[in-house]
Design a protein around this ligand. Sequence first.
Ligand SMILES: [Zn+2]
Length: 476
Amino acid sequence: MGDLAPPAVTFWGAAGSVTGSMHLVEAGGRRILLDCGAVRGYRGGHWSHHREFPFAARDIDAVVLSHAHIDHCGNLPDLVGHGFAGPIYCTPATREILALMLGDSARIQDEEAFVQNVIDADAEQAASPPVSRRHHVECTLQQCVPVPYEQATAITGDMQLRLVDAGHILGSAMVALTLDGSGRTKTLTFTGDLGRRESPLLRAPSSVPSADLVISESTYGGRLVESTARAAEHLATIVGRTVERGGKVLIPAFSLGRTQVVLYCLEEARRSGKVPAVPMFVDSPLAAAIAEVYGRYPESLNPEYAGGLRGVESATASNELSAAEGARYVRSSQESEELSRRREPCIVLAPGGMCDGGRILRHLKQNIDDPRCSVVLVSYQAPHSLGRKLLKPGPVIRFHGRFWNRWADFVELPGFSGHSDHNELLDFLTPLAGTSPSIRLVHGEPEAAGALAWALRERGFANVEMAKLGQRVVID
Ligand SMILES: [Zn+2]
């Protein structure tokens, strides 16, 4: 039995921004969270954790997680640390990737905390026990309840959940909820991050479920992004001319999502002879582990990709590789160091995508002054990130406390994005116009969400707004 209040949603993150996805749904006296993402800091490279929540964590009955990117899941251990003990519903693949992502993020935080303790030289702080984050990560994973795509599942109270393939990364889902309140049934759809229609790796997103309220992402509102196939052609050209002049191709890429797409396109291009047979390295233990998870879910992948997925091997940078072999995963830091000093032509994918941290930094330091080399930026570059600065022309660039000669070739290729662009978002949402849902746009900068809202009104949606932080919307 639901209470008399109609169902409502409050936006507690990713409202007017692309980070910290978190929305509170209240219905029939129950409270569930859609996502619980970390917030990316000003410079783009750091995630903020351990924050206070705008509600009591122990009062949340359940969480539904759309996918395992940190800006959607990174604050789950904090929620657990603040007393949340309920189930976390997600797809089986998301549960597996979540374990890797939260484990990696806990490791980075431990390292940062250690460095901070040394810097602070504060007796009290240095003596404090290591952050209990690892324990909270373990609890988070134990609280996960895997729900396969398209399986209607009763969750807390009278709520019904269905997860629908969003085609953004492996395991990504749109969330379709049926809610009871004030004696009437209401429906809500949350798109999470919505993938592209033509991904070489993943199946295309399913249709967006119709609902009384649709919460849609709007990352690329107002922007058209070239197709992945075109981006792959451009990348092949860049690789060709770089190898011809004896240089290396460096590709900063996030370990989850972008790395798998770019790697697939490079392997395809090499198989068909569009790029020269030089060794390819993925300098990321996390990407290696993620590739293994991708290999366990062939049914979620494009059949061609699933067939071509090969075993993940580690390799040292000095290995002689034949053209027939696929990419080699570099796990140890020492091997990574050797690879960064390698002078022969090769292709290196390494995190992080915005160059603010991760192994890509050592490759940049070793190669940025080599005019034969190319650096291909395939991820979104936040306004104050090092990646954004690197794209500005100029002979020198300052980072990590000194000036570096910026003599390598820098190119931006946004077409490997895992998000629908403006037209794709419109195509996915327009079929719902006939059912006149309310739409609230999240996960987009204000101009992006504004441009999409305007276009949706043109397509016949009467009630479209950009979500505001802390705003509560009643579904009636
Ligand atoms: Zn995402």
